[in-house]
Design a protein around this ligand. Structure first.
Ligand code: B4P
Length: 188
C-alpha cells in the first residue's frame, strides 16, 4: 500500500505516520527527516538546504526527488510505503507519478490532515521548546503556512481529480486522528 500524507506544518503527518508504520508494517519516508540528515552532515549542501528550511521555504524539487527516488528503490519499499510530507509541490507530484509509473506501481490513497492555523501555530511553538528545531519559531512558522497555501495546497485538487483524496480532521487528539486514519486505510 502507498499512502501520501499532505497537511500544513504541525498537522501531525510525522506523528500519525509513525503510528501507521507499526500497524501496516511498511516504512515511513519523511523528506523532512531526510533533509535534516543532510543538514546534520555539515557539508556545503547541508548549509544550502538549511538556508531554505530556516527561512520557511521548501527545499528544491530536484534535490527532494533525488533523495526520494534513491530511497524508493530500496527493498523494504517494494511492498509499499508512507510518504510523510512528500510531495509538497505539483512538480514533485508529477515526478512521483512518473517514477511510480516506470516501476509499475500506483498510489492507493492521499490523506489530507486538516487543522486550524491557530492550532498548528501553538503545536509548533510547543515543539520548538522541546526539539529546538530551527524552523519552529513564530515568524518562520507563519512563512511556512503561507508556503503551504501557495505551493502545497494546489495538490489537493490534483489528487481529488484522481479520486485519491481523503480529508481527515486533524484538530483532535492524536489517538482520535489515528482511529479515523485506520478506518480510512483499512477500507482502501
Ligand atoms: P516536516 O519535517 O515534514 O515537518 P512538519 O510539516 O513541520 O510537521 P508535521 O506535520 O510532520 O508535524 P508533526 O507530526 O511533527 O517538514 C519540515 C520542513 O522540511 C518543511 O518546512 C520544508 O522546508 C522541508 N521539507 C520537507 N519535505 C519537503 C518536500 N517534499 N519538499 C521540499 N521541502 C520539504 O507534529 C508537530 C507537533 O505537533 C509535534 O510536537 C507533535 O507532537 C504535535 N502534534 C501532532 N499531532 C497532534 C495532535 N493531534 N494533537 C496535539 N499535538 C499534536
Amino acid at each position: 500500500m502507498r499512502i501520501v500524507f499532505i497537511g500544513p506544518p504541525g498537522a501531525g503527518k510525522g506523528t500519525q505516520c509513525k503510528r501507521l508504520v507499526q500497524w501496516l508494517g511498511i516504512p515511513q519516508l519523511s523528506t523532512g527527516e531526510m533533509l535534516r540528515e543532510v543538514i546534520g552532515q555539515g557539508t556545503a549542501l547541508g548549509r544550502w538546504v538549511s538556508g531554505h528550511m530556516t527561512s520557511g521555504q521548501l527545499a528544491p524539487d530536484h534535490l527532494v526527488m533525488r533523495m526520494m527516488s534513491r530511497r524508493l528503490r530500496e527493498p523494504d519499499c517494494q511492498r509499499g510505503c508512507l510518504f510523510d510530507g512528500f510531495p509538497r509541490t505539483i512538480v514533485q507530484a508529477q515526478l512521483l507519478d512518473e517514477f511510480l509509473q516506470r516501476q509499475g506501481q500506483t498510489l492507493d490513497m492521499v490523506l489530507e490532515l486538516d487543522a486550524q492555523p491557530e492550532v498548528l501555530v501553538s503545536r509548533l511553538l510547543r515543539r520548538a521548546d522541546i526539539e529546538n528545531r530551527g524552523d519552529d519559531d513564530w515568524e518562520t512558522v507563519q512563512q511556512r503556512l503561507v508556503v503551504y497555501q501557495r505551493q502545497t495546497a494546489p495538490l489537493l485538487d490534483y489528487y481529488r481529480s484522481q479520486n485519491l483524496l481523503v480529508t481527515i480532521n486533524a484538530d483532535q487528539k492524536p489517538d482520535e486522528v489515528f482511529e479515523v486514519i485506520q478506518a480510512a486505510a483499512g477500507g482502501a
